[in-house]
Design a protein. Structure first.
Length: 77
């Protein structure tokens, strides 16, 4: 099975969000920090569809999991 490495821009596009580097940085700056032990898939700013996608990808340890972990880390700082 071939593994794919997804970029942050790919993830934002998949989530239906603007995916230019400046857009991503604005989103992260406006959305952090995730407090109280909240993980990225449980953050209140996602739609239900976005939340389900993030959660499924993490549970399945799918190709998206690495970049989702990176987003979680960046939102937690």
């Amino acid at each position: 099975m071939e593994s794919h490495i997804h970029s942050m821009a790919n993830l934002f596009s998949q989530l239906g969000l603007p995916a230019e580097p400046a857009d991503i940085e604005r989103f992260i700056s406006a959305s952090r920090p995730l407090g109280g032990g909240i993980t990225v898939e449980c953050a209140p700013f996602w739609s239900e569809a976005q939340r389900v996608f993030l959660k499924e990808q993490i549970i399945l340890d799918a190709d998206w999991a690495g970049v989702i972990d990176e987003l979680n880390s960046r939102l937690s700082k």
